[in-house]
Design a protein around this ligand. Sequence first.
Ligand code: ADP
Ligand code: MG
Length: 630
Amino acid sequence: MSDIIQLLPDAIANQIAAGEVIQRPASAVKELLENAVDAGASNIQLVLKDAGKTLIQVIDDGCGMSETDARMAFERHATSKIRETNDLFNIRTKGFRGEALASVAAVAQVELKTRRTEDELGTHITIEHSKVVSQEPCSTAPGTSISIKNLFFNVPARRKFLKSDPVETRHIVDELQRVAMAHPDIAFTMLHNGNQTFLLEAGSFRQRIVGIFGKAYNQRLVPVEEETSIVKINGFIGKPEFARKTRGEQFFFVNQRFIKNNYLHHAIQAACDELLPPKAHPAYFLNLTIDPATVDVNIHPTKTEVKFTEEKALYAILRSATRQALGKYNIAPSLDFEQETSFNVPPITKATEIKPPEIKVNPNFNPFDEEQTGGGGSRSAPPKPTARERHNLENWERAFEGLQTISAPEPVQHTLDIELPSSAAAETIPSQAGAPVETAPQASGIAFQLHGKYIVSSIRSGLLVIHQQRAHERILFERFVRAMEQQSGASQQQLFAKTIELPAQDAALVNELMQDLQGLGFAIRDFGQNTFILEGLPADCPEADPAELLESVLETFKHGSTEGNLTQRQRLAKSMAATAAVKAGRFLQPEEMNHLIDQLFACEMPYASPSGKPTVQTLTLPDLDAYFNS
Ligand code: ADP
Ligand code: MG
């Protein structure tokens, strides 16, 4: 028998390859739009007939092609974008495989007109069945216009497979939106069967989102900004109140390329857990700028799924940046926390172990005491504030800037049922021009307590109202988590050791939690037979009855055990915080209030209690004005 293996003719090989690259009109649209972007266009027009089945035309004002390049562009593996293997690891263009035009030419009739600015005449090529049918000089505007007619005319099986025009159009619009969002500096228009369906002018990312999704989005976006050594993040997250039960607009762009990545998606969802109703999906539009060497864009032929070498670090940074952004929004858009964006992550090498994001607090602090109350039992040295804590505090101080206080001659006896601590018996007015006031700006001593429940304080933009119990829970929660992680919780020695006998089930739970309980500052030992000896209590719970505290912690812990997203330590910290936090009705001294405020804003997430309820609300001057004018 003679040899039977033959090389496939180009036209057939291209058709087979086309099956992978061009599945439907939308895939051709994507490739053409990306080529126009890669060509440096500043204006791109998409013209369609019959959902792209009859015509897909893309006109750009990019760099254009020479006569020879225009022909070469349709050869398989013909690309101007990579030359050597190393280039593969530093890809900054959309395309690089050199397959798109060859694939399109195998399954459609193609017409190309292109001219480089430096050439006087352009070139006009028509192609059918992968063969150049004609090429001649032509006069045309600088840039490229490429038309794909009768897609799949020679692959009837494929053509039959296409969905209805509305469905195919939807796919095309998806692709256009993705490319347009990745490149807000490029103007895009879309013309379908003679109707203009998109007119997107060049502008900012926000303008582009609003241009695509409608004006309502302008009010819904919370900016997310973060820059670290491994990634720069910028973009927006949808305000929690607009979150939907169905997955809505969720977009990641990595180096201006739309991508899907479930792991990173989870980071956003996790960041929102504390602030969104259950099962709600946040909208997000996030750009990640990252060293191309750490992204593998090639694991999927249509290139929407990518792999990152530093996935875990990205997760942590993304989650933290989103939390921070939402937290800022939660308090009030009017507070100027804009500066607070830097979050330094040291360069991470492969050998570095990456930990999930952690909450950082100052375990050394007691809001009700200048000094640590740990007595002799303190096991921790006062740690330096972290960069994040410093930032939060600085921002917090900034919120007071521009406020000046005038001391009242005598503590004012209010007839209203508002208790004014003596040092807070001062009226605060914003330093409006023309109203110079006597004393220097003061950041403390201007808080007062309302009904033993709220702390009210002046800030630059109006009034800040703090929910005292929730705020304290947040402070304790973060401190307890830290204490467990570092085994650093201060312990207050009890005068007499207590022996506590517990039901078998609770005893088992105590043993399970033993290390963390000790980390929190419980000096506790297993004495056997479901009995424990308690010699010291966490210093943050000075007044508690030891047995009661332990039992109530166990009780809350047991009831909270169904909360899906919290770790065991977070649950323990949460129930401890709930037990130990100051309750409503407890009157605080001015210093106590100021401490509480300072500490709250030194927290990683000052704006919500560990249960996700708001800790602070603002009443801005416009809010107040509205009250008086209504
Ligand atoms: P790839 O984009 O992967 O390089 P394509 O088949 O999409 O492969 O395009 C092949 C080549 O044709 C590109 O590398 C580019 O040099 C050229 N090209 C395609 N479209 C355009 C365009 N609109 N303007 C200028 N050059 C283009
Ligand atoms: Mg391409």
